[in-house]
Design a protein around this ligand. Structure first.
Ligand code: ARG
Length: 238
């Protein structure tokens, strides 16, 4: 039986995740992000290289990445200065929008966590990404899955050890029973206790037993995020 879901997830209404946005190039969903203020979005650094062109936009406030809600253009992209394309260290970036999003039931900001969730906590991942390991097809509507946090130690001791993939302090890991984020979910939120705890970053395949989902540790980058958001956008304090 197939999982026609994030991987192993269920349909999520945007009202329950009003911070979720789709990042698009020429109207095609490529990654996701989270709203921090009416003109500030946080996403993964590995998502932004393709957003630098003229034809990029974000869509907020819709269950569907293709239609509905509101669209905004990107004014400025700030990648973490230490982002490493090979190791995916510091996989975080801030987008400043050209226009402010109108906030309401379907479009709203999320607060940054100040502590990474402890192992065993339940967290939620969401996105329009692939619904199966071997698929590149995107989900037309927003999906979510509940996951469980694991410790950095057990993440390091997973299949990533044999593959020489480093789990740095700027990364946290979560697992699910046949549930995971997948291609196209990147940049999107991992939420714990109503706060943004992670940014979907990388993994090997999706929902594979030995390979936990790896997320940028939002608490670890909190000060960088705050300073970058304030810098250009002090009229919209978070
Ligand atoms: N890097 C992927 C993307 O660009 C997301 C990978 C998440 N994978 C995972 N197994 N949790 O969409």
């Amino acid at each position: 039986r197939e999982n026609l879901r994030i991987v192993g997830g269920k349909v999520l209404s945007i009202e329950k995740a009003p911070w979720q946005v789709s990042l698009q190039v020429r109207g095609i969903h490529i990654c996701a992000g989270s709203i921090l203020s009416p003109s500030v979005i946080v996403t993964a650094a590995h998502c932004v290289w393709s957003l630098r062109g003229k034809h990029s936009q974000i869509r907020a406030g819709s269950n569907y990445w293709k239609r509905g809600g509101q669209v905004a253009r990107i004014r400025k992209i700030t990648e973490h200065p230490m982002y490493n394309v090979i190791t995916y260290q510091n996989d975080i970036a801030i987008l400043h929008l050209s226009t402010k999003l109108r906030f309401g039931r379907t479009t709203y900001s999320i607060q940054l966590a100040s502590k990474a969730p402890i192992k065993g906590s339940i967290v939620t991942v969401s996105g329009w990404g692939a619904t199966h390991d071997s698929r590149t097809i995107r989900s037309p509507y927003l999906l979510q899955a509940n996951l469980i946090m694991i410790s950095p130690q057990s993440c390091r001791a997973s299949g990533y050890a044999k593959k020489n993939k480093a789990i740095s302090n700027g990364m946290i890991c979560a697992v699910g029973n046949n549930r995971d984020a997948c291609q196209g979910d990147s940049g999107g939120p991992l939420v714990g206790d109503g706060k943004l705890v992670g940014i979907i970053s990388w993994g090997i395949g999706c929902a594979r037993k030995d390979y936990p989902g790896v997320y940028t540790n939002v608490a670890y980058y909190r000060n960088w995020i705050l300073s970058e958001s304030y810098l250009e956008d002090h009229l919209d304090p978070l």
